[in-house]
Design a protein around this ligand. Sequence first.
Ligand code: PAZ
Length: 345
Amino acid sequence: MTPRSPQQKTYHTSNPVAETAIDRTIPDLPIAQLSDEDKYFRTHKAPPYLPEIEQQVNDFIEYHASNTGKRIVLVTSGGTTVPLENNTVRFIDNFSAGTRGATSAEYFLENGYAVIFLHREFSLLPYSRHYSHTTNCFLDYMTEVNNKVEINPDFADEMLVVLRKYKEAKESQSLLLLPFTNVNQYLYTLKLMAILLQKIENKALFYLAAAVSDFFLPQSRMPHHKIQSQAAGKLIIDLEQVPKFLRRLVDNWAPSAMIVSFKLETDHLILIDKAKGALDRYQHQLVIGNLLQTRKKEVVFVHPDGSEVWIRLTDEQKAKDMDIEGLIIPAVIKEHSQWIEKYSK
Ligand code: PAZ
């Protein structure tokens, strides 16, 4: 049921790097005074599969630039892990299932965008999300008729709608799935995507819905093997702050693209201030604020001019089980159109 096309190569980002060695020749502290972001990339190895991804993404961008003229959105989705060991047995994770990202990707596709879906491996995917990770097993959608498996008629109409959309996305080559598992893979891939998407300038949109860890354990301090409980006694974990890459994305990696980030909080009293703080610090175009408790029913668009626009599902829409992304994406696209208009003159 996954929408990965047969031509697309599958990467398994959850496996540790084969040789598993930590390169101690990479200095923990670089000699020159570098920004935190530069220091990060100087002291952390790139995922080995990155050159292959680069080729795929280049082909995808080239295909749409030459054949369809579609705008391209990079949707990031799901949570990043923070490995505690190089041969990773233990890691820190977060709650994100990738619902926001997978659902948003579907609405972008429906609205004529080509989508690069940078997602946590094994989190929800566009289209297959309807039949996975739910309380149901996918077999609940099947039934047996005359010794044959068929779709249960109760679900057939709805499934046909999803199937058609999925086929359309696949046949038009409009969906590229790229996985990550840990925060290092996420950062390297995001940087690469941004640089490659410079080719289409303001037709690129960044929709950063992934829940990226704020803290990480540098590779230089990561134990090679599984931490032994006898040796450790208590386990005290000393994490560093993940450098703030958004500013780098806005200024250097994707200067012409429109950038939308999400801000998640659990305390409603600080949500708007935090969203405004992010806009101040990173100088991008839109922060979509949401609360953990209500994120599927309401979000707030916060703009650099200080305006706040709440988007909420009505009771009727809730009763129909409508996705809030069905309201968010047209509003984001409207702002992207204005962005293109503004910078095409
Ligand atoms: O993946 P999900 O649908 O369960 O949750 C979505 C979300 C809350 C992770 C996303 O809407 C979001 O706010 N992402 C950014 C989180 C942050 O770094 O503040």
